[in-house]
Design a protein around this ligand. Sequence first.
Ligand code: ADP
Ligand code: MG
Length: 561
Amino acid sequence: MSSMLQPQIILLKEGTDTSQGKPQLVSNINACTAVADVVRTTLGPRGMDKLIHDDKGSVTISNDGATIMKLLDIVHPAAKILVDIAKSQDSEVGDGTTTVVLLAAEFLREAKPFIEDGVHSQNLIRSYRTAGSLAIEKVKELAVSIEGKSLEEKKSLLGKCAATTLSSKLIGGEKEFFASMVVDAVIAIGTDDRLNMIGIKKVPGGNMRDSFLVNGVAFKKTFSYAGFEQQPKKFLDPKILLLNVELELKSEKENAEIRLSDPSQYQSIVDAEWNIIYDKLDKCVQSGAKVVLSRLAIGDLATQYFADRDIFCAGRVAEEDLKRVAAATGGTVQTSVNNIIDEVLGTCEIFEEKQVGNERFNIFNGCPSGQTATIVLRGGADQFIEEAERSLHDAIMIVRRAMKNSTVVAGGGAIDMEISRYLRQHARTIAGKSQLFINSYAKALEVIPRQLCDNAGFDATDVLNKLRQKHALPSGEGAPFGVDIATGGIADSFANFVWEPAVVKINAINAATEAACLVLSVDETVKNPKSESAQGEAAASAMGGRGRGGGFRGRGRGMRR
Ligand code: ADP
Ligand code: MG
């Protein structure tokens, strides 16, 4: 009896989450499911959007899984894993972010009854890993290559991929219009890995259809001085001079203190400065350039000087834009106006200053090195354009991936159903508990077609039964069948060009399986209340003297003060 009253060793501080093992696992799974429930309804072409507003009052409307997950202020440590996989899916492949979260949560949900029944999570993890690699092999096997097609054919195929991505977005109504724009932009930049070579400029107002693609660079007209109006606004095949030089009269005579003995010397100082700037301007003109851009200011004197010589100029061009102009026109940015040789000048087919909505844009079209493209986006509200930009980003990423890897699989839940069938079939050949776990994994994959149906308002059970039956056909002809968003039945997704790049699916399955296994491998969360916040820090140090440092305490773990 007396031994029971012995003080126990306190390992963890007061306030540490002490649930361990099964309850901890179950609570982590519940948290992950709750997170997935937030993005669940955004999946697919009929998915809904989420409006998220924060304390600062900024409002975001989005359908993109990664964007929503990022904006949700998730504090649960296990649920945070889902945020991470959504982010990584976004940066690795750019699409499939909702899919990856849904899959991970569904794997966990399927695992929950087993955990509750006392199955050791390591057994589940092992089976899930096996199932994951089998699934990925199957995707690779089913993927169809679009390699070796002519450019025209490839373009239309890539367009289909982009359209599938866009169909679930706010701009889905104009998906063909934007898909071909995206494909043209991606083909324009070729193999260049720098994504920022595709610029997206947002101009509020107008109609979505007024958006257009510039085969080169476009940027908003910069601040301009008097004399600008007299400059010509359109050139064919102009030479373009890019500078990182200030072309402005600085009036140093007012800033500096100069001692003169003779008043006539004053004029020479004023003249000196004028001579310097005129010298610079002369050199610019002599270079033969018709368009002069500078990252730094181009003042009123220079503007007028150029206007008199039929030259267009723009100062304070954003660095990124100037870089893109340089890449597109083949010019090099100069830091001095001395020795401007022909090689450093860029050129393009048409330079033009054009009105777009309420803004004026400088547009460089038909650039020789063609490594850049700019999409000028139009549309009503700011939030709308923001979301349109994010959607285009998804589509651009997809087309780039498809160009690089050039294999696609049938979308609309077809590939998921097919893997599910394959895994179930495979499970039958396994003896032991593992069969059940792999079956659960297979069942979890059905969440994609089920959610697509739910979001579109179809009878998911009915559609899924039809799909299962179709995919079970021994001939294998049912493999490309997925949810038909138009009618609420099932249709050949492949024939209907509902395609997804294979990498998106492979990455999603991989990441979701890993995340599920990770959550399942955690049986205790150790939280250090001290490191939680600075506040906790202060509180802890205030209690400094009392009872700290002593390893023994007369109370058991978990007892409240
Ligand atoms: P994610 O963020 O995962 O990409 P989406 O909202 O873009 O989520 O939805 C993608 C899912 O919608 C994919 O499974 C895709 O196959 C499916 N999908 C897209 N377009 C169609 C369509 N026209 N018909 C049926 N399914 C579609
Ligand atoms: Mg998508």
